[in-house]
Ligand binder design. Structure first.
Ligand code: ADP
Length: 220
């Protein structure tokens, strides 16, 4: 099984598809954000330093990230492939990652870029409603994911609620900023010939998306 770098703008469904890939191929899903949050929980000096950087919204330094990644990627569950999420975020990190791979005897594998149309991503965010009881999500703006009865969960019949942080302006800012920041990285991997783009459309079910991803993994 190949290692996978998973890159996607906000609301593209990266969380959903990472989980599907993980369950289907029995490989770990490694998010640098999660690795850092685990470190922060340890309450060490380094943890405190990381917490301050994360709260400021800046990127944590390469030396810290590379060390955490080395510790994680050399564990036995990574020997048969893994999904990397949230890393690399820029070309410097991409180069540092290649050095790390050489050091630990792993290979780059493939890069999956999940493309999503801005308007479709916006509909996902603005239409998203979550069950207050069981956490199931529905979407009032996408036919396939509408609840059977407006405002009520299909599964446990409790009320559905929108998330307070899902508003148009904040979302569009995050989305545009993401595209700007990631453009160079996408080009970098495209030139290396390891980039695979997959379209994530609102009418595609997670099963259809998984089939696309599986085809791509087996063809490469
Ligand atoms: P988000 O997708 O909202 O940025 P993450 O969980 O991926 O959430 O990251 C949270 C924070 O962790 C980032 O703002 C950054 O400070 C830090 N972080 C995560 N991944 C990296 C990385 N690859 N390089 C540097 N810092 C990172």
């Amino acid at each position: 099984m190949k290692n996978i770098i998973f890159i996607a703008p906000p609301a593209a469904g990266k969380g959903t598809y990472s989980k599907l890939i993980k369950d289907n191929y029995h490989i770990p899903h490694i998010s640098t954000g999660d690795l850092l949050r685990d470190k922060v929980k340890e309450n060490s000096e380094e943890g405190k330093e990381i917490k301050a950087i994360m709260q400021s919204g800046k990127l944590v330094g390469d030396n810290i990230i590379t060390k955490l990644l080395e510790e994680r990627l050399t564990q036995s569950d990574c020997q048969n492939g893994y999904i990397l999420d949230g890393y690399p975020r820029n070309i410097d990190q991409a180069k540092a990652y290649e050095e790390l791979l050489q050091k630990i005897g792993q290979s780059l594998g493939i890069v999956i870029y999940l493309e999503v149309d801005k308007q479709e991503a916006l509909d996902r965010v603005l239409g998203r409603v979550v069950c207050s009881q069981c956490g199931a999500t529905f979407n009032t703006k996408i036919n396939k994911f509408q609840p059977k009865q407006e405002g009520i969960c299909d599964h446990c019949h409790h009320p559905l609620e929108a998330r307070v942080d899902d508003n148009e302006e904040t979302f569009l800012n995050r989305f545009n900023e993401y595209l700007n920041k990631t453009e160079d990285l996408i080009n970098y991997y495209e030139q290396k010939g390891v980039l695979h783009k997959i379209k994530s459309q609102n009418n595609d079910t997670p099963e259809i998306m998984l089939e696309r991803i599986k085809k791509l993994i087996s063809n490469d």
